[in-house]
Structure formats: C-alpha cells, structure tokens
Design a protein around this ligand. Structure first.
Ligand code: AMP
Length: 284
C-alpha cells in the first residue's frame, strides 16, 4: 500500500491507475477507522480494481465550538487497517496541502443542506461538499462509497455529483452497528460508561418507531413524540433534533404515506451522535 500525502503525487497515481484501465473505488474518511468504514472499503475493494482511501480531518466542516481539535486521530492504526483491507493507496494530505493560500472557492448545495444537521451546524455541508469535490478531482474515482448513517451527507453528495455532472457513481451502504445496536462512530470514543448506556436509547427509539409503524401508526408526530420520550428517558441525553422527512428531498413530513426518514441528532454528554431509520409502509 502506498501512503501519499501530496495532491500532485495522488493525481499522478490516479492517472497511472486509469491509464492501465483500472477502475478506482474511493472511500473518503476522517480516520479513526471502525467497522463502518471497513464495510465501505471492503465493498469498494470487491467492486473495483483499486481501492483508494483518504484520511483527512477537514477543518472547514467543523464549527468554531465543535470537536476539530479533539477529534480522534491514529494514523498508524488506520494505515494498518487499510493495508489489511487491501487498500492500494492511502491519501493523507495535510490541511496546508488541501487549502493553499488564496484558496477562495467553495461548493454549496442549496435546499437539502438547510434542514436537519444543516440547520444546527451552519457551514458544515459547505465544508463537506467543498472537500469532497476537491477529493474527487484529486483521486478521480469511478465509484465513491458513503455510509447511510450520514444520510443527509449522502443525499447532498448525490445532488452535487448530479448537478456538477461529475462522472462518478455514488454508492450508499447501510449503517454498521455494535452488537447492542449503537451505530458505530468515531465519536463513540468520547462516551463515558453511563453515556455509552444512554447512547443506546437512539437505536432503541428507532426500533420503537418501526414497531409503531408496523402496528399501523401513520401519524409521524406521534412517532416523534415516542422517540423523544425514549431518548430523554436517559439522563445523559439532550436532543438536537428528532425529524421525519422525505427520504429524497428531505422535506418535513407529518404523515407516513410510503416512506419517511426518521433522523436523530442527540448530545450524549458532550458527544453529538446521529442515527436514522427509513420507516416504510409494507404493502403485500
Ligand atoms: P467519517 O470518517 O465519520 O467522515 O465517515 C467516513 C464515511 O464512513 C462516511 O461515508 C460515513 O457515512 C461512513 N460511516 C461512518 N460510520 C458508519 C457506520 N456506522 N456504518 C456505515 N458507514 C459509516
């Protein structure tokens, strides 16, 4: 596995792979890799000739009071996980390499970024779309893999790729969970013992929501009330949002017709965790 730190070396290697006819599968990450990341990497590895992974904790997608400085970083461990997964190139640029002096261009997706995490984290998605567009131009992948745990991010990237006519297939893959249901996240590292227990209320509330829908409940206000109750039953938890939206355009929904995305953002202690589930009316 090559570890590349400069944009020019990465572009050169990507050209070399493309010239020899290789299809490049790309997994962008912020490191502190866990099974969720590895599931994307394994799929990309299976479906392409060459797997490229990036690790870059992108400062422009963190707000001024967020966890950029404390975000977990362990390049040595991450590199060996990448190597074990069959990664061909690990791209780990520095902040100065990615954002050169005089840098003045951003990519911004309207509409989809105004709700959910976009409403609570101003500027977050501009940071994400700008860095992902840059990474796409540097790595020039055929396919890129994203987790549906960050469902809004996935939708926003799909919109960007479509609107900017980028010739890249975006693939969204299901959330990988711990055995007890907690969605894997690098931010789970922040949780103290009691918070780890409190955090289980997120996946528990999603299960309860699915059960309500199975029983015939279509009133999404009722679903959100039950979800809120379960999350707040743990003293460690503080809700950022509990929303029900259309899975495609993320507009708010109060009645379930076909499908709705139930999306949560919850502070468990100081850690802000997100999770979601698609609620679906089963018709036979
Ligand atoms: P991050 O390093 O948190 O920026 O995540 C990098 C990629 O891994 C994103 O596409 C995430 O959606 C994805 N990801 C993070 N956690 C999970 C998970 N538990 N299951 C599946 N994908 C995940």
């Amino acid at each position: 596995m090559k570890i590349i730190t400069t944009i020019s070396d990465m572009q050169e290697d990507s050209n070399r792979l493309r010239d020899q006819g290789d299809r490049i599968g790309f997994v962008p990450t912020m490191g502190s890799l866990h099974e969720g990341h590895l599931s994307l990497m394994r799929r990309a590895q299976e479906e392409n000739h060459a797997l490229v992974v990036s690790i870059f904790v992108n400062p422009t997608q963190f707000g001024p009071n967020e966890d950029y400085d404390s975000y977990p970083r362990d390049l040595e461990r991450d590199a060996s996980l990448c190597r074990e997964t069959g990664c061909e190139v690990l791209f780990t640029p520095s902040v100065d390499e990615m954002y050169r002096e005089g840098n003045a261009t951003t990519v911004s997706v309207a509409g989809l970024t105004e709700t959910l995490c976009g409403a609570c984290r101003p500027g977050h998605f501009n940071g994400v779309t700008t860095v992902v567009a840059k990474l796409f131009n540097i790595v020039r992948p055929h396919r890129a893999y994203f987790g549906l745990k960050d469902y809004q991010q996935y939708r926003v990237i799909c919109r960007m790729v479509e609107d900017l006519n980028m010739d890249i297939k975006i693939i969204g893959l299901p959330t990988v969970r711990e055995e007890d249901g907690l969605a894997m996240s690098s931010r789970n590292n922040y949780l103290e013992h009691d918070e780890r227990i409190g955090a289980l209320a997120l996946s528990r509330s999603l299960d309860a929501a699915r059960q309500l829908v199975e029983k015939g409940v279509r009133d999404l206000d009722e679903v959100r009330r039950r979800v809120t109750e379960i999350i707040l039953s743990e003293p460690t938890n503080r809700i950022d949002y509990v929303s029900t939206v259309h899975p495609d355009d993320l507009r708010s929904l109060s009645t379930l017709q076909d499908r709705a995305l139930l999306a949560l953002a919850v502070y468990v202690g100081d850690a802000r965790l997100i999770d979601n589930a698609v609620l679906e009316v089963k018709r036979d």
